[in-house]
Ligand binder design. Structure first.
Ligand code: A3P
Length: 289
């Protein structure tokens, strides 16, 4: 299967062209947020789909009907994709759940003054790099990943599609530190304490759940449930876009997988780039199980 690999350059960042157009990216920057909107924002492979499932289940009070009948891209559409406006118009649910991978320096102005609730999902970047590498292998709309060593260099240089992880994380966390409508959630917290994290997210969204409802959410957004749910596991996505013979979207859902992939030298190089690029940023990640 040949790669679609059409590139859309926007403000110096490359985006996959099969879903992003200059018009759709431009429209995202001018989007009129409503105060009732929920915005899930993340760098790719940080647990975005997981958060879409969690937020859907929270508003369904743990009932899986919606998450098992409507695909994630329709119930929590990506703001920058060309079909977003149509999906939001068709959506009958309140609040609107919107997803984005756009960096803060591009989307911040549209959010200025808005009371929309923002959830920023982040993940230890070594695991993001590994997950993104495997995703490039099965996602035909992304460029050929090459070797892991080549891919890791591009990750550290910030030249992959969606731009630099470092700029993304610093923009969405350091630039928004005083905003009380933004909640930071890490992939590792969700892995370690899904029950507690869902409770915290429910309170933030002003949709507190009782214990039974939280337990139902936990059950339906576990890795094994989501791996089997066609509405999120991308097995319904056409093969020319995602080739499941080359890997699964729901790959292994683990923390600390980077240890199986990084050489000692790659780890040292990563650490030194991380130290210099994250200077002044107080964020702490859990690097291992
Ligand atoms: P891995 O490739 O490490 O398995 P995104 O949705 O941002 O693209 O992130 C995808 C990553 O989140 C993949 O990581 C995927 O397996 C993981 N993921 C999705 N749902 C999950 C869940 N319920 N529990 C744990 N990991 C999950």
């Amino acid at each position: 299967m040949s790669r679609l690999d059409v590139i859309e350059m926007f403000h110096g960042i490359s985006f996959p062209g099969h879903l992003h157009t200059q018009d759709s990216l431009q429209l995202a920057l001018k989007f009129q947020f409503q105060d009732t909107d929920i915005l899930i924002t993340s760098y790719p492979k940080s647990g975005t789909t997981w958060m879409q499932e969690i937020v859907t289940l929270i508003f369904s009070r743990g009932d899986p009907h919606l998450s098992q009948t409507v695909p994630n891209w329709a119930r929590a559409p990506w703001l920058e994709h060309y079909y977003c406006a149509a999906m939001l118009e068709a959506a009958s649910t309140t609040p609107r759940i919107i997803t984005t991978h756009l960096p803060h320096h591009l989307l911040g102005p549209a959010l200025q003054g808005s009371k929309a609730k923002i959830i920023y999902v982040s993940r230890n970047p070594k695991d993001v790099a590994v997950s993104f590498y495997y995703f490039h292998k099965m996602a035909n709309f992304l460029p050929d990943a090459g070797s892991f060593a080549e891919f890791l260099n591009q990750f550290l240089e910030g030249t992959l599609h969606f731009g630099s992880w470092f700029d993304h994380i610093k923009g969405w966390t350091c630039q928004t530190a005083t905003m009380n409508n933004l909640l930071n959630v890490t992939y590792e917290e969700m892995s370690m304490d899904l029950h507690g994290t869902i409770k915290r997210i429910g309170s933030f969204l002003q949709c507190p759940l009782v214990e039974d409802e939280i337990s139902n959410c936990v059950k339906h957004c576990s890795f094994s449930s989501m791996k089997d749910n066609k509405m999120v596991n991308h097995t319904l996505t056409p093969e020319e876009i995602m080739d499941h013979s080359k890997g699964s979207f729901m790959r292994n859902g683990e923390t600390g997988d980077w240890k199986n992939m990084f050489t000692e030298e790659q780890n040292q190089c990563f650490e030194s780039v991380y130290k210099s690029k994250m200077q002044g940023c107080t964020l702490k990640f859990v690097w291992e199980d």
